[in-house]
Design a protein around this ligand. Sequence first.
Ligand SMILES: Nc1ncnc2c1ncn2[C@@H]1O[C@H](COP(=O)(O)OP(=O)(O)OP(=O)(O)O)[C@@H](O)[C@H]1O
Length: 351
Amino acid sequence: MRTTEHPRPAAPASSDGDVLLDVQDLAVRIGPAEIVNGVSFSVPRGGTLGIVGESGSGKSMTVLAATGLIGSPPARVSGRSLLDGQDIVRMDPRRLRGVHGRRVGFVFQDPSTSLNPVLTVEQQLTEAPRFHLGLTRRGARRRALELLEAVGIPDPPSRLSAYPHQLSGGMKQRVMIAVALACGPDLLVADEPTTALDVTTQAQILERVKELQESRGMSVIWISHDLGVVSGIADRVAVLYGGQVVESAPLEELFTDPRHPYTRGLLAARPQTARHKGELAVIPGSPPDPRHLPPGCVFWDRCPVRGDPRCETERPPQTPVGPGHVVRSFYGDRTGGTGPADGSGRRGGPR
Ligand SMILES: Nc1ncnc2c1ncn2[C@@H]1O[C@H](COP(=O)(O)OP(=O)(O)OP(=O)(O)O)[C@@H](O)[C@H]1O
């Protein structure tokens, strides 16, 4: 991406010693609802973490809490979320505003949550850089034009005076991405931003974000219910269910060696897989109500291989099953449901 201010060198992709965001044991409670339950993950500098799961699995709440966007109260947020070592969960509101405007950019599915309908594209793109980066009106305008070009908006000068309702859905999403990138964030959080778009526009936007990320060394968290979308952008995936990371692995490993029965179910439910096999595999049932989580494994009532007595009574611990690959299931072993992941030798028969 070409920008006149604050150029950033491309950063190396993931490496253990180079973590931008380190989330540890994050939990969110609202009243009796246990919405996020001990979530841990990290986002490498310059890398992309995909977060997948069905609707209601806690994806949005996890990321909103990790980036300091959930009010506490009414919610109770615990655990840590370290951005370059500084804990966002405990940060005072004034410093947090600086983080949100400057270091973390957000793109949401619904443009009305990010774009102000009564402000022009130019106003929305120039406000934050003028405030946070101290740019002049002219400098901010130049930057706005560069950003519009970078996100693939044709004829940027003619778009500056447009209001959001004058733009198509795909254009609005591109403008939202431009707004999120306006201050050159270290982390872009994208919460299902392409879900409402046609597949061609979706693919173009994914490509554009990947290019921008590579040229700027920015980290990305990309949330989606669709493993196919995440596979187009992430280098690491965390699978969420019942407010827990039930499996997390490098992208390729998750696809070639999924260990959690829920991950396997998600993979089998992908349209590509269904086409290949000639039928659509669905995971019967729905995610648990966070007000009434089961005492054992959160996936227990839908699990096709449950049978170990602990499944119903104990939360499976997070168990490493390979380099950078962890799973929370008593059935996370390689052979697909014939023995517990913790190597205890206890077995339960597949159902
Ligand atoms: N303010 C709230 N009070 C109580 N429960 C809430 C609140 N907001 C969300 N929840 C519940 O928290 C759970 C997780 O919601 P969340 O929006 O994080 O899920 P999600 O995986 O992002 O789903 P989607 O893909 O539909 O956005 C859901 O069961 C939801 O009903």
